[in-house]
Design a protein around this ligand. Structure first.
Ligand code: MN3
Length: 206
């Protein structure tokens, strides 16, 4: 979120095939090297002509959109959102995600949703109901955990909502392995959630 123009695409924090058998290597490779790279290239291309925006961080571009030149506002928001949402998604996964550690976040999930299973069911339902392309998110809003969805590359509203986890449900995120079965993809994603990262995001937010 602190990076500025020109943005670069750091490698994934794990190998392309590290999330197998839940998320396949080819999907991760295309998702990171082509889809995310595409947003980075487009954002850099837009910022090239606006030197006044080149010192703005990704967070600043997303949070101060009213100050962006009207002619490029939508394009900058779409592409900056595409960069943030993907990096957040990739960092929110890890290989060999063991059983959920009994972290502060875990306790909070159980408190706000009734049980961990109830949270999973609510998240599954929200992710399944995203119409077309978008994301399901676990966010912290006014001190409570909530599950929300955003369309396309919209990012949850800072500072009202602080993101804890997100799931990309664009078809490119799962079609090669799961075909049209988004439900199976959601179940597999639960096996590769980086709960330590999610817990750290939660601790940073409270
Ligand atoms: Mn994607």
């Amino acid at each position: 979120m602190t990076q500025c123009y020109p943005l670069v695409n750091p490698p994934l924090p794990y190998g392309y095939g590290a999330l197998e058998p839940y998320i396949d290597e080819k999907t991760m490779c295309l998702h990171h090297d082509r889809h995310l790279q595409g947003y980075i290239d487009k954002l850099n291309g837009l910022l090239l002509d606006y030197s006044c925006l080149q010192n703005c961080s990704l967070a600043a571009l997303l949070q101060n959109c009213g100050k962006l030149p009207k002619s490029v506002r939508t394009s900058i928001l779409n592409n900056a959102g595409g960069v943030f949402n993907h990096q957040f998604f990739f960092e929110g996964m890890a290989p060999c995600s063991k059983t959920l550690p009994k972290t502060v976040l875990y306790q909070r999930i159980c408190k706000d949703f009734g049980s961990f299973e109830a949270f999973q069911e609510a998240f599954r339902k929200e992710a399944l109901s995203v119409f077309g392309s978008g994301y399901a998110w676990l966010v912290l809003e006014r001190g409570c955990l909530r599950i929300v969805q955003t369309a396309n590359q919209v990012t949850p509203c800072l500072p009202l909502q602080t993101s804890i986890l997100n799931l990309d449900v664009w078809e490119h995120a799962y079609y090669l392995k799961h075909f049209n079965l988004r439900r199976d993809y959601i179940s597999d994603w639960f096996s590769v959630i980086n709960w330590e990262k999610a817990n750290q995001r939660y601790l940073d937010a409270v």
